[in-house]
Structure formats: structure tokens, C-alpha cells
Design a protein around this ligand. Sequence first.
Ligand code: SF4
Length: 470
Amino acid sequence: MSRESISTFDIFKIGVGPSSSHTLGPWRAGRLFLRDFYSPDVERVQVDLYGSLAKTGRGHGTDIAVQLGLMDWDPKTCPVDEINPTIASLKSDRVMLLAGKHHISFNPETDIVFHMDETLPFHPNGIKYTFWLKNSEVRSRTYYSVGGGFVVTEDEELGENRCVLLPYPIQHAADIVRYAELKELTIPDMVRANERCWRPKEETDAGLDEIWATMRECIYRGCHSEGVLPGGLNVTRRAKKLNADLMSGRSYKGFDQWVENMRYSSPNFQQTLRWISIFALAVNEENAAFGRVVTAPTNGAAGVIPAVMMYGHTFLGFTHEQLREFILVASEIGCLFKKGATISAAMGGCMAEIGVSSAMAAAGHAYMLGCDTARILMAAEIAMEHHLGLTCDPVGGLVQVPCIERNTMGAMKAITAANIALASDPTLAKISLDDVIVTMWETALDMNSRYKETSEGGLALRIPVIVPEC
Ligand code: SF4
């Protein structure tokens, strides 16, 4: 079990699709390698990918991510529209602007090595960066992308947050219950107090607002973009057409008018369900198209939480401040799963992605509905209980099928779980959130590796031939 201190902004990171473990993690590892080992004398670089990163790396954009990382592009701020042309010219010119500072020759075909039959013992997502310098010195380091964009080495957890002593250290859900009873704190109270160890309240609020702004921009963009997703599977984007169908010709300009239209259309139950699905589809179509998304807690599951938040914002009138608190509650639940189990599909299959995001969303939604702490934790438990054993079997190694639709299911389960918890007596529950986290981890250990982001089992076998795009 991990004992590091994890911030809300470690769980929710603004980045680029399609995968937090296979895109964002290797990208961040490349920048960390630059930070610690870059020299103007570097003449050559090689990247070695192992395990799941090798097996599904091409479909997940790992090769693209490592090149952007080595050029020191920032995943939070880089212009996503320039990614494809930059990678295309790098491929044709075979020249890389290393660290954004000096040019070296780089051939992605040979300098990125996919070790398809080798998995490093420490973790299935291993990546080694190596520099060769003019004086023949060799600098090398191996990193592990352990889910949600988190990166570690075998010796240490990388990040500035790990040594911070928090006023409310939380390892288990039982700790939350204890602080709630002894100190009369809500979950947002606890998380806010902990976050103050890293930055002032105003900065935390600004960061929370930026997360919600990125999520809603992603939803809006996804609902107004069409075409076929990259990767060779020829998946057609659906969110735009579904949005147009429900809008029934009503005109609008920009996000706010769009939301007003939705509100005043008085949707029935079936239409509301469709809207929630559209929100989730929109985010994950953007994610699959290398768009800007927020890990929540991963990229593959990036649509669940925005869909539930957007539902609350649009149809239940959740305020700006309430949406901040939604994020705080959800992040603490994500931390519990990261510490007690995993948020890496390569370790735990899709229950580690969609399952965890659904539990996070269920807790956030339950809080918004007015649940007390026991019911909030109950909502998270219910949501995960019905994701246990969910396999990760992405067709063609792409984060598209079943991933995009699966986000709609995670959102629906989250809303259902929150409403069941709202109407229930948590003292009668037979399984606690801590029980289900332990069970999830034990289930992860029992799962065959074919169902852990390797594309060697399940649905991935039904459509075996993918023609990668140039
Ligand atoms: S199947 Fe689930 S865990 Fe696997 S890549 Fe898709 S969303 Fe992620």
C-alpha cells in the first residue's frame, strides 16, 4: 500500500489524450529524464518500451508522447493542433529539437524500441530513456508509468508532494469516518485543509476552476466535432450528431447558450439519459483524438466525472462552488483507490479506470445530493462493487472500443449508486468502501494478464487487424 501524500491536482491533471498511463506517464517521464540528465552534448537518444507499453503503445500514442516529452512540450499547455504536424515532420526529417534546445538526429522507427515479449518485473508499464553524449558517456534511467499519469522509479515515487505532512492523513475510508465524527468535518473540509499544505486557498480554487473549465470545454468541443477517430479502426465520432438530434434545430452560440437550451427543453427521463451519454462520449472522442482532457483519474476514463458534473450543472443546478466540492470529494476517493489498490489498467484491468472513476463520481454526486459522509462512502462502494473484475481489452490497442462507450456506463452507474446511497441506511450495508478496495486489489492480482491492457484477450481478439495511420 502506498503511503504518499496525494493532492487533488495529482489525481486531476490537465493533459492530452488518449491514455494517462501510456501517453501522459511516458510523456512526463521523458521530461523528468530531461530535467535530470539533459546536456547540450547529447548526440543520440533511445527509448525502450516494455510490457503493456510495448503491446498497446502504438494504439495509445506512446511513441508520440515520448517524442513530445523529449522535446519538452508541456502536456497541459501545448497546442494540441500542432501535435500531428510536428510528429509527421519529425518522422520525415528524422531530426528532433531535444529539450527544445538543440537538434539531434532521431528516427522514431529505430530509436523507439518496442520490446513486445519482455515485461520488467517491477511493473507492466516500463520505459527506459538513454542518452549518448559526445564524450561517449551514457546516461540512462528506467521509469514506470503506474496509472493516472503518475510516474515512479524502482527507488522512489517521483513528485514534489510525497513528503508533505498533512493535517488529515487518509489511508483508508475509515480515516475519513473518524475525522468526520471526531472533528465534525465534511470531506471537502478535510481535503481543503490538506491542500493548504501545498498552496493558499485562492490557488486551490483557481486550480479547481481550471479543471472544471477544461472539462466543460472538452465536452463542448466533443459535441461539435465530427469525423473518424485516428488509429486505423475507423470509429466514427457520434457526440456531434447525437447533440444535434436532441437540440432539434435550436440555435445557440457558445457553451452558456447551449446549456440554457438544454435546460429549457425540459428533457424527459430518456432524453436526460441521452444527454449524460453524449457528455461522456464527447470527452472520450476528444481523448481518442489526442485532444485536451483531464485525467479523472485516468484518460481512458476521463469522461465519467465530467458527464456526471455536467448533468448536475445543467439539470440539477449545481453551483460553481458545489462543483469545486464535487472535485474535492471525488479526488479523495480516487486517492483511496490509488493507495489501497490501483488506478492502472495494466495492473487491474478496466475496474481500475472506469470502476474507480465511477466510484469517484458517485461520491461527488452523493455529496451534491446532500448525503452525509457515510452515504457518500457508501455511494463509492456501490459503484465499484459493480465494476469488480471488469476487463481491459481495447480493440487494436486504441482507447476507443470499448473505452468510449464504457464511460457512459460508468457515469450512469455513478448516478445510480449515489441515488441508492441517498435513499439507504448505511448502517445496514454489508460491505464497506475499505472492503471493496481490498477486494478490488485481490481481484486485480487474480486477473489474467490478457485482460490488463495488453489487447491479448476479450474484445481485442474480435477485430484483430488494425492498419495504423501514418
Ligand atoms: S478498456 Fe477500460 S481500462 Fe482499458 S483502455 Fe479502455 S477505458 Fe482504459
